[in-house]
Ligand binder design. Sequence first.
Ligand code: ADP
Ligand code: MG
Length: 430
Amino acid sequence: MASVKPEEKGIDLSITQDYKLAKDNELRFEVESNARVKLDLLEGSAEVFGTELVRSRSYIFESGAKIAVFTWFGCSVKLSGKVEASYVSKDTPMVIYLNTHAAVEQLRKSAEQDDIRGPRVLVVGAQDVGKTTVCRLLLNYAVRLGRKTTLIDIDVGQGGVSIPGSVGALTVERPADPVDGFDLKVPLVYHFGHTAPNGNIKLYETLISRLADVFNAKCDYNKQVKHSGCIINTCGWVKGQGYQCILHTAQSFEADVVLVLDSERLYNDLKRDLPDFVNVILQPKSPGVVERPREARRDNRENKIKEYFYGPRKIYFPHAFNIKFSEVEIYKIGAPSLPDSCLPLGMEPENTQTKLVQVTPGRDMTHHILSLSMAESLDENLIETNVAGFVVVTNVDPDNQVFSVLSPAPRPLPRKYFLIMDIRFIDINK
Ligand SMILES: Nc1ncnc2c1ncn2[C@@H]1O[C@H](COP(=O)(O)OP(=O)(O)O)[C@@H](O)[C@H]1O
Ligand SMILES: [Mg+2]
């Protein structure tokens, strides 16, 4: 028996299927849990969410991945391993998305000619309508034309540029890897601490305004970034306060285009409430987008955190070390709100939402994620300062006044201020 290549471990190579795709068709498949699937392009050309596949590489997708292989001109591909569902469909909105890309690219061209800001595109819609996928598609098509478009990710539930519980920005300078996604080596990340915006609305809106300011500043000194514009990925909370957050985002970034996926009602509300110069467009969702039950979304979140510490396919190993209580200061954002009657005159209750409260380290900190702020002193506003990275607390020893963490970087810590998240991660790899 031929020996199995290390990267093909866990792939059931006895199960293979070839697919011939006509032009404008896509092959959709899901990888069974605890299985892996290999994809090979045999002939023609194809792309995965906007990244072209090459024939010289096998693409190996991990358990739970939900993938579409689309072809503009026709192709044949081979799948090896256990796929949950796989079928070919010609019913895709890819031509519509490509036209959107072309229109946005036109705006980038005019921006370049007149040296003004390029298009700022806000992508909104309910959960599981393909928002993240459309963002990836638009960013990939832009970078394939040499643009340096910035991804602004404010979906704190899934964490597009870092872990869940954070928001951030990433200027995309090369297409996403079909398997691993965008290269996340240098994102700009801010601590939020919760998996949903309503964990702290005031903080959420503060961070959105902050991201907009930082992006504007970057546009001021980098013309290519300025002309290329940005794509803003949001979470699926579109009702009530969630809707107000969308309006706040459009306003903060001065969005030129708002792409509404699948929701006519949201489209009409936004057309009514946004100024006339904002181009609000309604587009269909792809029938291929897979709805994820609550548990799947939670698993995704856990995987994202695991990947942060262990790398994709566990190719790295995090560092484990102790930190003395006296070496660091830990803060939580937001004080418990007081009833109105107890507040000083003139103070609004939500002001407490962005207050820093120092936390005394204790056992209840175990498993919580801590963000290490880049701030060098408390004179800098901790809330609006980006973070260097994250650690997870694995143990707290109050008797010896130390706690243990898992960290992607070795010690020493470059800074001393931590912000504590509500989010916990239990490391089962130990
Ligand atoms: N055309 C498609 N075929 C198959 N799976 C898809 C397709 N488009 C998206 N998906 C998958 O569907 C899931 C949900 O899509 P996503 O873009 O994350 O939605 P949202 O951001 O709106 O919640 C993802 O796992 C994604 O990989
Ligand atoms: Mg998403």
